[in-house]
Ligand binder design. Structure first.
Ligand code: ATP
Ligand code: MG
Length: 386
């Protein structure tokens, strides 16, 4: 009996005329996720099947596929010749010893001598005989045994569904630039946007030597975790040390964050133009901290001229964000203590509702263009692999 993995996809089927394109991108992403592992992916109608892989690595393959956006559920199945005896041998291999079950057969091959209902009845009956501690429950079974009789003379037999990442294949919704701090929120924001099919690049600002090497490594690790979902990503690292020093020297202390945010946005927009990214993505959530008021967002947004700023977490509570961060595996890294640049020169009382005119007035004291150009020139590119 050969082990295979069934991949069922979600929203792709909604895409009408573009379906072929979506499926191609998805297939490519699936292939990429399994690079380095021997395998073949086939696509009989309506789903994908991974075959010819090293069975000792099944768990690893499942873990990788689970993260590919567009994947709805997976099942580990046995592929057997489509005869009732072979099918039943596979059912015995996947079925539990005790508890309630239901058999759900699906017959794509209409020449198969039994119809789906008959397969369910026959397999269910034989299973009850073989495993006396099992019982049938067609409404709320603990275990669902699936049997797919395919057109090519094979049948796939499995027990249960493994939930996967969902969403749409990365690469089908354009490209965005994620402002990635070392905090809890921005990795979650990046995950949400990538889940909608967007390719992401990340931009991190540091204030070395005020921030240290560990802060940088932490961000690289967060990017690496995201790369597990997106298939790799480009991380741009930019120094805002001189910008923070200039603000500190010439402007009121309480405007540090407000002004710094505007610089970040300018640099981000410029980087978008260079890389072809079509939007800026942040982890802001309305009212969460002083700089995330609507006035704060107005102030930072007003320096971005051509691109939308996506804030997928805008309506989330911190507890909801933390829950997601745990689910996607970024939380433990995010809570490591290393400082990111915003805590350097942090004022005791940051401006909560910055007035745009006053902010612009203070900003005149700085050579904005030169500072942006200098920071931009400091950009380093780190290619983060899955
Ligand atoms: P996070 O947990 O994402 O750091 P936060 O609640 O700490 O968010 P802020 O520090 O106010 O919020 O940052 C708001 C958003 O600004 C972040 O979600 C991120 O998108 C962006 N940002 C903040 N600091 C940086 C940085 N050093 N580099 C890149 N982006 C940053
Ligand atoms: Mg932060």
């Amino acid at each position: 009996m050969e082990k295979v993995i069934i991949i069922r996809y979600c929203e792709i089927h909604l895409k009408g005329k573009n379906r072929g394109y979506f499926e191609k991108v998805f297939m490519n992403n699936l292939e990429k996720s399994l690079s380095g592992i021997r395998h073949e992916i086939r696509k009989p109608s309506g789903r994908y099947v991974v075959e010819n892989f090293d069975e000792a690595r099944t768990d690893e393959i499942v873990a990788r596929l689970q993260k590919v956006f567009g994947t709805h559920t997976l099942s580990i199945a046995y592929k057997v010749p489509a005869t009732m005896d072979d099918i039943f041998a596979a059912v015995l291999a996947v079925a539990p010893e005790a508890g309630s079950f239901k058999v759900q057969a699906n017959r794509a091959d209409k020449h198969f001598p039994l119809n789906s209902m008959q397969i369910n009845a026959e397999v269910g009956g034989r299973l009850l005989e073989a495993r006396p501690a099992l019982r049938v429950d067609v409404h709320a079974p603990q275990h669902l045994i699936g049997i797919d009789v395919r057109e090519n003379g094979d049948a796939l037999v499995f027990c249960g569904w493994i939930k996967a990442a969902g969403g749409m294949p990365v690469g089908t919704s354009g490209k965005g630039m994620l402002l990635l701090s070392g905090g809890i929120d921005s990795p979650v924001a990046g995950h949400m946007i990538a889940k909608r099919g967007m390719t992401i690049e990340a931009l991190h600002f540091h204030s070395y030597p005020y921030t240290n090497r560990q802060a940088r490594e932490k961000v690289e690790e967060l990017a690496h975790i995201l790369a597990g979902y997106t298939g790799g990503l480009d991380l741009h690292v930019v120094s805002v040390t001189h910008i923070q020093e200039a603000i500190h020297k010439y402007c009121p202390a309480e405007m540090m964050i407000t002004l710094l945010r505007r610089f970040m946005m300018r640099i981000a927009e410029r980087l978008c133009r260079q890389t072809g990214a079509q939007c800026i993505v942040t982890g802001e959530s309305l009212g969460q901290v002083a700089s995330q008021t609507i006035e704060g967002m107005t102030s930072s947004g007003s320096v971005v001229h051509e691109l939308p700023i996506l804030r997928p977490l805008v309506g989330f509570d911190k507890t909801e964000i933390v829950e997601r961060a745990r689910e996607i595996g970024t939380f433990e890294t995010s809570i490591l203590p290393y400082e990111d640049c915003c805590t350097v020169f942090l004022p005791k009382h940051p401006l909560i509702r910055p007035d745009l005119a006053k902010v612009a007035e203070q900003e005149k004291k700085l050579d904005v263009e030169a500072l942006v150009a200098e920071a931009f020139a400091s950009a380093e590119l780190v290619e983060i692999h899955r």
